[in-house]
Design a protein around this ligand. Structure first.
Ligand code: ADP
Ligand code: MG
Length: 237
């Protein structure tokens, strides 16, 4: 069976700066692909290109054989690609459930259906008991779960996560890691940008390493971690 996502030669420049330079990789169904790279490597730009927030200059993004390159974000979302953001921005004065319904509604036929999808997603992230709370009342870890639920409520084929363990305190990390692993058990395919090496090694089936917009390694976590260019990038030269 072919890969769920096939990315080929994806490129994007901002003025004279090439943020993504000929990036190619695949994501298999059911796997967790980790994306690493120092600040400015092009990780968030890659997500922008995959989700239609930015238009690639070149290259191709095939989801189950369908070309997504150049499509609008809402069309790509309906095609089955969801994304969580590094900077969380829940609607503070809406309830947890309402926040997730907003994520689901573009993909459902009715409000009732969106509500069902929202409650199901909240159950998946173990946040059901907070459903009547306002988003502003949540802890950082709970907000991360809310952000994941908003993505999951669209019932995506592929979930892109931008630093799900970023900015949360150490005690909160193991619960988030278990949560992502439980999503994988349920068959969700994940691409996750992850700075924490320990977390990455526990989560990722494969790793894509970027530096200065280029792919410097792609493959099994241990072999990527042992690649000289990756070691070099992390020693900060
Ligand atoms: P990362 O997420 O790996 O830290 P980014 O993808 O955010 O890296 O950024 C890669 C490079 O592209 C950086 O040099 C950044 O300043 C630049 N960049 C990203 N988005 C834009 C944009 N919208 N306009 C101009 N430059 C951008
Ligand atoms: Mg980033």
């Amino acid at each position: 069976m072919s890969a769920l996502l096939v990315v080929s030669d994806l490129s994007k420049a901002f003025g004279g700066l090439t943020a993504n330079d000929g990036i190619s990789f695949e994501v298999e169904r059911g796997e967790i692909l980790g994306v690493i790279g120092p600040n400015g490597a092009g990780k968030s730009t890659l997500f922008d290109l995959l989700t239609g927030f930015q238009r690639p200059d070149r290259g191709s993004v095939l989801l189950e054989g369908r070309e997504l390159r150049g499509l609008r974000p809402d069309v790509i979302s309906r095609a089955g690609v969801a994304r969580t953001f590094q900077k969380l921005k829940p609607f503070a004065d809406m309830t947890v459930t309402e926040n997730v319904i907003v994520g689901a509604i573009s993909r459902t036929a009715s409000l009732a259906e969106a509500r069902d999808a929202a409650l199901d997603a909240l159950h998946q992230v173990d946040l059901l008991e907070k459903r009547h709370s306002f988003a502003r009342e949540l802890s950082t870890g709970q907000r991360k779960r809310l952000e994941l639920a908003r993505g999951l409520a669209t019932r995506p084929k592929l979930l892109l996560m931008d630093e799900v363990t970023g900015g949360v305190d150490q005690r909160t990390i193991p619960g988030l890691v278990d949560l992502v692993l439980s999503l994988k058990e349920r068959g969700v395919t994940v691409v996750t940008i992850e700075h924490n090496m320990q977390v990455l090694m526990r989560l990722a089936d494969r790793v894509l390493a970027l530096r200065s917009g280029r792919r410097i390694a792609f493959g099994a976590p241990d072999s990527v971690r042992a690649t000289p260019a990756v070691i070099d990038a992390y020693l900060g030269t």
